[in-house]
Design a protein around this ligand. Structure first.
Ligand code: GLU
Length: 409
């Protein structure tokens, strides 16, 4: 199954349960616009290189489209389409006035210099600026893109359209970014973890977490869960993993990562392979790295009771079925990792109103949004006896479908 087919699989499953009808189903599944561009830049050594860039705008019934931009060698049209549709459902689950989009450039940014990356980003915006904008489509960080990249996007877009901070979110604090945005996805995971653990008669305190990925999502999740009394028993990044049944000293781990650039080699635990983290002995597994890592085989070996999807689409549909059979609770990406786009929304609101919120306000509002979304999804799950993922899709499709019909087709 390709990425787009996998995303469509969940959509279809819920749409059939809701009986939305074939025509509305096709309408909701089909993207509005798929843009593919060739981005050519001169490297520092004078060589010319061409990269493929994508922006797929999936749906705008509920508002301007929203979603990240990733720089990764595996970016392609199919993956981007799947991720764009996830954004439509994600923004609807947390009830933000947005549609969904996604984009990226097929590139290994580690192989480019900072100047080359800047040229690539600006050139991409040159080709994209007509179809994005504060009321059209608002990009944000995703895999391997960061506040600096967002600053270049804002600057380049503003050259065409005048000063426009609200064209992109996840910007640096010094340049219209929002307090709390950097940690927002991890903090959203914490809020959702608190809710689901309470539902199963546990709490974050003393619960054992295994976290795959130590980037923007995984590292903040580890820090915040540990601060809340959670026991982080295993973590990994692209270089390797580390585990300790008694729990890792997370602040010391951060210090190690700051010095060495990886969790690998952390003296406070036993080294393991990255994939071992997925099957570690724990209560909650947080896949917070690449998509598609939890296959049917991996799912069969997962020992956690709860899977909290920090990444987008970390479980294949086959794995999802295995979890359902095993009685493992999966909190889907479109709910679990929606904290990032929620604070992106707060950033956009601040930009449009020319105001700055205190971090306390950002975190407080985020908590309210995440709790409400969890509650709504939980209600559907209990009343219709559906897994959380299908319930989240039911909620989202209901909202997007109603907006579509009310606006008129
Ligand atoms: N890339 C993040 C996501 O997948 C954030 C998107 C945004 O802030 O617009 O949810």
């Amino acid at each position: 199954m390709t990425s787009a087919e996998a995303a469509n699989h969940y959509f279809k499953k819920a749409a059939r349960i809701m009986d939305v009808g074939e025509r509305i189903e096709t309408l909701l599944a089909t993207p509005l616009r798929e843009l593919k561009v060739q981005v050519s830049i001169e490297l520092d050594n004078g060589e010319i290189r061409t990269f493929s860039g994508y922006r797929i705008q999936h749906d705008n019934a509920r508002g301007p489209m929203k979603g990240g931009l990733r720089f990764h060698p595996e970016v392609d049209g199919d993956e981007t389409l799947g991720l764009a549709s996830l954004m439509t459902w994600k923004t609807a689950v947390v009830n933000l006035p947005y549609g969904g989009a996604k984009g990226g450039i097929q590139v290994d940014p580690g192989k480019l210099s900072l100047k080359e990356l800047e040229r690539l980003t600006r050139k991409f915006v040159d080709q994209l600026h007509d179809v994005i904008g504060p009321t059209r489509d608002i990009p944000a960080p995703d895999m391997n893109t960061n506040p600096q990249v967002m600053a270049w996007i804002m600057d380049q877009y503003s050259k065409y359209h005048g000063h426009s901070p609200a064209v992109v979110t996840g910007k640096p604090l010094e340049l219209y970014g929002s307090r709390g945005r950097e940690a927002a996805t991890g903090r959203g995971l914490l809020f959702v973890a608190r809710e689901i653990l309470r539902d199963v008669g546990m709490g974050v305190k003393g619960t054992r977490f295994a976290i795959q990925g130590f980037g923007n999502v995984g590292s903040h999740a580890a820090r915040l869960l540990a601060e809340d009394g959670g026991v982080v028993v295993a973590v990994s990044d692209v270089h390797g993993g580390i585990q300790s049944a008694r729990g890792l000293d997370v602040p010391a781990l951060f210090e190690h990562v700051r010095r060495s650039g990886s969790v690998k080699g952390f003296p406070g635990g036993t080294p393991c392979r990255g994939e071992d983290v997925l099957v570690a002995d724990c209560d909650v597994l947080v896949p917070a790295a690449l998509g598609g890592v939890i296959t049917r085989q991996v799912a069969a070996d997962v020992r956690a009771r709860i899977v909290l999807e920090g990444a987008n689409a970390p479980c294949t549909p086959e794995a999802d079925e295995v979890f359902e059979k095993k009685g493992v609770l999966v909190v889907p990406d479109i709910l679990a990792n929606a904290g990032g786009v929620t604070v992106s929304y707060f950033e956009w609101v601040q930009n449009l109103q020319h105001v700055t919120w205190e971090e306390e306000r950002v975190n407080g509002e985020l908590e309210r949004v995440m709790k409400e979304a969890y509650e709504k999804v939980g209600q559907i799950s209990r009343s219709r006896k559906l897994p959380l993922r299908t319930s989240a899709y039911v909620l989202a499709i209901g909202r997007v479908g109603k907006a579509t019909v009310l606006r008129g087709i």
